[in-house]
Write a protein that binds this ligand. Structure first.
Ligand SMILES: *Cc1c(COP(=O)(O)O)cnc(C)c1O
Length: 545
């Protein structure tokens, strides 16, 4: 791409996963945003990030003596952030809240500007305290800071911007500010909305109906999110209750979902909502420099035996697990990696559902499984899932491991050192999933339901495995009975693939395994790298035609 003629982008995101110690991320959305900025830097694209400087971040999640997860919060300070000297203010509950703007310029020409309310001027310093810590008024306050504060920061910093990109609905209020700016210049509401639409693009991330945040319109008014607009105007944008995804889709000239299957799902999901923009599919990708072990890349490029290099990396993982848990895994036995946020649709426990099948495999040491993943701090069901995994670790010592406090470091170790990467969500509820891409590029073979990104990459039995043959649920319509059936079907398919394809290949056909690793790296490294993704964003979403 000729970078000089490109639109100048301001990318808004609630979270950025840049490295393990910079606690400004919670999960996949943030990892994507972090990789996005890193890719923009590598490609020298005209793009800056807008986000929040979280005082405590998402919090740590540890396991107590009884095997239950609990959350711990610490205050963090970062000496690499620069004070821009800029402060902007937003009105929240009719009080002026000041936002100090920090600059994270580890990304050269692609700095991230982080807003911070934890300054002496504010009695409301807590707003930027905990990432996703709250759901109601506090979340709205955070979104006012990100959106309205973010636009004001761009103005104060005099950063010219052609396109405002909202990574999920958290940033919607930025468009309310863009509309207000235009109305102040004398345009009508309708004209201002139309002009704003011309400069906003939107990425939707969740195919789960309840996962799409909404707020009562009165609460938005009380919090100050109307920002000068009327109730009727706000309802035109987001409905009542005000749905942040619907609003994003109506405020943007064009939107995207994060995989091709997700685009189908998202279009179906919102088909009865009027005034929404087109939703195209731009499949997520990962930043290779962050996630791929250079030893495996070198071995691949030099045509050196991948198995022996992978074993070195696997032993690093085994040592890491030993340090963290005291458990010693066996480098000659199949090691299955699984790390995901603990949410019911991700079915972390699927592999345990038929003890008569799984028990002998674990007890004989034919398979070993390493889990990691946090539950949302307010999600008791998710915490129960984590507790169950910890119970399995006790039941199968030396065969099942749960690593507490999932973060980028654990993610990196697991997606490099495992032999296979398991993913078994209820299709089509996983929007994309990027951990499988990290694994694939490291020669860690995906063994996954055909959900998210995997249908685009999977050559069954050649670069990994699929199971379940695309059986799906229909979110919002399924009965408990339907879900039970789907789970049973997928569970049987998982066992069939493990017992009849994965395990025999691993133990009896090392050549084929090595070829599959090669094929996995070859078929996934380029397509699922950030360069392809960013090029698509520029060519399909940022260009206004
Ligand atoms: C890669 C990564 C994710 C996203 O992976 P999914 O496949 O979407 O679950 C989330 N958290 C961490 C720490 C990661 O490294």
């Amino acid at each position: 791409m000729d970078t000089k003629s490109l639109s100048r982008i301001a990318y808004f995101s609630m979270e950025y996963g840049l490295n393990s110690d910079f606690k400004t991320y919670a999960g996949g959305l943030g990892i994507l945003a972090g990789d996005y900025l890193k890719g923009a830097k590598d490609m020298n694209l005209p793009l800056v990030g807008i986000g929040i400087k979280w005082k405590q971040g998402y919090g740590e999640q540890m396991i107590d003596k009884n095997g239950h997860p609990f959350d711990a919060y610490h205050n963090y300070t970062y000496d690499f952030l620069k004070d821009t000297g800029v402060k902007v203010s937003v009105k929240i509950r009719d009080i002026d809240v000041f936002c100090k703007v920090w600059k994270c310029d580890n990304f050269g020409n692609n700095p991230i500007y982080l807003l911070d309310t934890d300054i002496p001027e504010n009695s409301e310093a807590w707003i930027t305290g905990q990432l996703y810590g709250w759901f109601g008024e506090e979340r709205i306050a955070q979104e006012i800071v990100l959106g309205i504060g973010g636009i004001r920061a761009l103005r104060a910093l005099q950063i010219p911007t052609d396109v405002y990109h909202f990574n999920e609905g958290h940033a919607d209020f930025a468009a309310i500010e863009l509309i207000r700016e235009k109305m102040t210049c004398g345009y009508s509401f309708e004209e201002s909305w139309k002009l704003t639409k011309n400069e906003v693009v939107f990425t939707t991330h969740t195919p789960i109906v309840q996962g799409n945040e909404s707020h009562s319109i009165d609460k938005l008014e009380f919090m100050g999110a109307f920002n000068g607009l009327t109730k009727e105007q706000m309802i035109l944008i987001g409905g009542d209750p005000f749905n942040m995804t619907v609003a994003g889709l109506r405020l943007a000239r064009k939107s995207n979902a994060v995989a091709q299957l997700h685009a189908e799902t998202a279009n179906k999901m919102w088909q009865n909502i009027s005034g929404t923009s087109e939703i195209i599919g731009i499949t997520n990708a990962v930043h290779k420099g962050t996630w791929v072990d250079s030893r495996i890349t070198d071995a691949y490029n030099e045509n050196v035996d991948l198995l022996s290099v992978h074993k070195e990396i696997k032993i690093d993982l085994i040592n890491f697990i030993k340090e963290r848990t005291g458990i010693t895994l066996d480098a000659d036995k199949l090691l299955i990696g699984f790390s995901r946020r603990a949410a019911p649709y991700k079915r972390s426990d699927l592999i345990f559902r038929k003890p008569d099948i799984i028990d002998p495999l674990l007890k004989s040491g034919q398979i070993q499984i390493v889990f990691s993943g946090k539950a949302h701090p307010l999600d008791d069901v998710g915490k129960e899932i984590v507790a169950n995994l910890v119970a399995m670790m006790k039941k199968y010592p030396n065969a099942v491991v749960f690593l507490e406090n999932y973060d980028m470091n654990i993610g990196r170790m697991l997606t490099r050192g495992s032999d296979i990467w398991l993913n078994n969500p209820r299709r089509p509820l996983e929007a994309s999933g990027t951990s499988g891409m990290k694994a694939a590029m490291n020669g860690v073979l995906n063994c996954s339901i055909l959900d998210g990104w995997w249908p685009e990459a999977c050559k069954d039995g050649i670069n990994g495995w699929q199971f379940g043959d695309g059986a799906s649920c229909t979110d919002g319509v399924d009965t408990a009975e339907d879900l039970k059936k789907l789970d049973q079907h997928d569970c049987d398919a998982l066992y069939d693939t493990l017992l009849n394809r994965v395990i025999p290949t691993y133990y009896e056909d090392k050549n084929k395994w090595s070829e599959m690793m090669h094929e996995s790296i070859k078929s996934c490294s380029e397509y699922f790298g950030v360069e392809r993704m960013l090029t698509e964003y520029y060519e399909k979403l940022y260009i206004n035609k």
